[in-house]
Structures are given as structure tokens and as C-alpha cells.
Design a protein around this ligand. Structure first.
Ligand code: SAM
Ligand code: SF4
Length: 366
């Protein structure tokens, strides 16, 4: 008999599934709204070798002490619990910068060797700034990595240095090429547009991505930077991105309303590149202006072993302490289920009572 992972799935924000009493005895990561989390984001470090202005101050942050970080074996144990007992089918490694984790190839190999509840290999991917990816893309692909998402906000070296405080654009571009050569596609490129900094570059970035065969996704800036400078009125939103692209390319929205749990809404793109017709897809992750909370299928594990049910959660559940105190796999799984059961219907950015999480994005795992 198939394992029952969750409650019947409901879509839309019509309200909670009426369930009496406490959490039901199902195997998967369900919450009170009837959502089932199958997509695990694992942060492997809070450290980074860039200092993107919207993410980290130039001097860095107070890094998590080594004693609190999960070891490679501890990461693998928790990922195994998630895939084998909790119905997780996709595992994305992130950070901070996940390529700074020396044991990354081993963690990826152990993850790719797992089998989901349905008996398949989990999809195993990486979100990275690509520094050093040129050297490691082949080994990561050999370890079983399926895909990469690379973050890049500009194609101009001086802007890159201004945004990231490091002169490393050439390394990112080399990493992107290596990812394609290693078969880690489709390579997605994540871009945050910042008003007055790179917001004039949307068409150039899209034309470049179409030529190179990358899937570009613009991400609305979220209130997750550590210094609290986010200002919604200054954010470059999804509509502005579309308005900036339309004079340059033909955009056709892909099946409006069908993005499901995928964060990006996508448009098919067509562009006449001096007689060569280029086609592709562009995505917009409009977490602020068009939130997708009602369909969210994510669960998160921080580098210090805390489960978070949302990027914007203000509560965490400690699995590291349980693990180090000798908890069994089933006890860990059950604590994870309890953590997810309480997931709120939405992130509440638009609510006047919205409280920012105390951890910045780099310590949660983007
Ligand atoms: N260092 C890796 C990278 O940059 O891809 C992984 C971690 S980073 C936190 C993951 C993603 O979060 C990146 O695409 C980055 O642009 C995005 N990000 C960081 N801070 C953000 C913010 N305040 N709003 C929206 N996206 C943000
Ligand atoms: Fe580092 Fe990624 Fe944050 Fe940039 S967005 S500072 S690359 S963690």
C-alpha cells in the first residue's frame, strides 16, 4: 500500500482545512492549510565570499560558531530523514555560499544516492554565486548534482564590484560556462534589480541569457537584509520588470495561473537578434507583489540544524540538539512534522504587524 504523505491538497487561500484536534498521523510534511512540503532547502553555511549590498554588509556578519554548524554526516542524516521518511523529492543546497563547504561533493553524492518514498532519486540542485564553480562543476555533476541556479545581477564589471564589493564577474561567467559544459542545466540565473544601481540592465541581461541559453529569473527584493534598509516603495517590482522588457522582446505569459508551487511566473520570449530569432523563457519571482504562499511546498534546514517552515518564519525548531542528544530517525521526523504543521498561511509582508525574521537571508538559506 502506498505511504500516505499528506492530506488532500487544496489550492488557493480559501482558508484552513478544518481538522479537529492535533496534527494528523500522516507521513509527510503537511500543515494546517493542507499544503504538503516536498522541496527542501538546505543551507550549508552562513558565510560568503561576496557581499551583495542587499544581503550582507561589507564587513560581513557574526558567523555561526563552528560548534553549532551541522557536520557533513549530520547534514546527510537529516536530509536522509527528509527524503526517506517525510516525502521530500527535491533537495536544493544553498547558503551563504554553498561552494564554500568543502564537503559539498560528498553531501551531494550521499543525497543523490537516496531514494524517495516513490523509489526515485531526489532532484539535487545548488543555488550559488558560482565563484569557484568552474573548478568544481564536473565533480559536482559526477556526484549527482542535477542543476544549478547562479545569482548574477549585472554584466558590467564595475557594477558587479559595486554590488558585491568584489571584482569577480569573470569568475561567475566562467562558472556559468562550466555548469553548462558539465550538463548542470537548464542553468537558471537569478537577478535582483536595485533601483538606480542596475535597474536599467533588464533587457541586456535577458538578451545575454537568451544568447547563452540560460533561464533568467528576476527576483523582487525582499525584507531580509540584515541592516533593515528594505523599502517597498523603492523595490523594483514585477510589473516594472515587464514594462522594461516589452519594448525589446515579445513576451507571452505561459499558462497564467498555472505556476503551482514554482515561485517564478514565466513568460515565453522571442527576440530578433539581427536576423536570428532567439526564443526562451524569462521568469519573475514576485514574492512581495504576487506571493505564492498558498501553493508553497518548501521546508528549510539552516546550517545550524534548525527547521524553518518559511523564509520569513520567526520561529525555528531545533533538530541539531535532538540529533546530538541521540534522537532516533523517527523522533527527528516527527519533530520535523510538528514544525511544519504550524506553518502560517502567508508571509504577511503586507500586514502592518509584519515582523522581520531575526536571521538575515544568508543565515537562513535563500
Ligand atoms: N550565495 C548564493 C547565491 O547568491 O546564489 C546562495 C545564497 S543567496 C542568499 C540566494 C539567493 O537569494 C540569491 O539569488 C540572492 O540574489 C537572493 N537574495 C539575497 N538577499 C535577497 C533579498 N533581500 N531579496 C531577494 N533576494 C535575495
Ligand atoms: Fe553571498 Fe549570495 Fe548573499 Fe550575495 S546573495 S552576499 S552571493 S549569500
Amino acid at each position: 500500500m502506498p505511504v500516505q504523505l499528506g492530506l488532500p491538497r487544496r489550492r488557493g487561500a480559501a482558508g484552513p482545512v478544518p481538522l479537529p484536534g492535533d496534527r494528523p498521523a500522516v507521513a509527510g510534511l503537511v500543515d494546517r492549510q493542507g499544503r504538503l512540503a516536498t522541496d527542501l532547502r538546505v543551507s550549508l553555511t552562513d558565510r560568503c565570499n561576496l557581499r551583495c549590498t542587499y544581503c550582507m554588509p561589507p564587513e560581513g556578519l557574526d558567523w555561526l560558531p563552528a560548534s553549532r554548524l551541522l557536520s557533513d554526516d549530520e547534514v546527510i542524516r537529516l536530509v536522509t530523514v527528509a527524503v526517506q521518511r517525510l516525502g521530500v523529492t527535491e533537495v536544493r543546497f544553498t547558503g551563504g555560499e554553498p561552494l564554500l563547504r568543502k564537503g559539498l561533493e560528498g553531501i551531494v553524492a550521499a543525497t543523490a544516492a537516496l531514494r524517495t518514498v516513490a523509489g526515485e532519486a531526489p532532484e539535487t540542485s545548488l543555488t550559488t554565486n558560482a565563484l569557484g564553480l568552474a573548478r568544481r562543476a564536473e565533480a559536482l555533476a559526477a556526484a549527482g548534482l542535477t542543476r544549478v541556479n547562479v545569482s548574477l545581477d549585472t554584466l558590467r564589471a564595475e557594477r558587479f564590484a559595486r554590488i558585491t564589493h568584489r571584482d569577480r564577474l569573470h569568475d561567475v561567467l566562467a562558472g556559468l560556462r562550466a555548469a553548462t559544459a558539465a550538463g548542470l542545466g537548464p542553468v537558471k540565473v537569478n537577478t535582483v534589480l536595485l533601483r538606480g544601481v542596475n535597474d536599467d540592465e533588464a533587457p541586456d541581461l535577458l538578451r545575454w541569457a537568451l544568447r547563452e541559453g540560460y533561464q533568467l529569473r528576476f527576483i523582487e527584493q525582499m525584507p531580509l537584509e540584515p541592516h533593515g534598509a528594505w523599502d517597498r516603495s523603492k523595490m523594483v517590482d514585477a510589473q516594472e520588470v515587464l514594462d522594461a522588457l516589452r519594448p525589446h522582446v515579445i513576451l507571452t505569459e505561459e499558462a497564467p495561473g498555472s505556476r503551482g508551487a514554482a515561485p517564478a511566473e514565466t513568460w515565453r520570449v522571442q527576440w530578433d537578434d539581427d536576423g536570428t530569432v532567439r526564443t526562451g523563457v524569462v521568469g519573475i519571482v514576485a514574492s512581495v507583489t504576487r506571493p505564492f504562499c498558498a501553493d508553497c511546498d518548501r521546508t528549510r534546514l539552516t546550517a545550524d540544524g534548525q527547521v524553518r517552515d518559511c523564509l520569513f518564519a520567526t520561529r525555528e525548531h531545533d533538530l541539531r540538539g535532538m540529533l546530538r542528544d541521540g534522537a532516533s530517525d523517527e523522533q527527528l521526523a516527527d519533530a520535523w512534522r510538528t514544525a511544519m504543521w504550524g506553518k502560517l498561511p502567508g508571509h504577511g509582508i503586507d500586514d502592518p504587524a509584519f515582523a522581520r525574521p531575526t536571521r538575515p537571508m544568508s543565515a537562513i538559506g535563500g
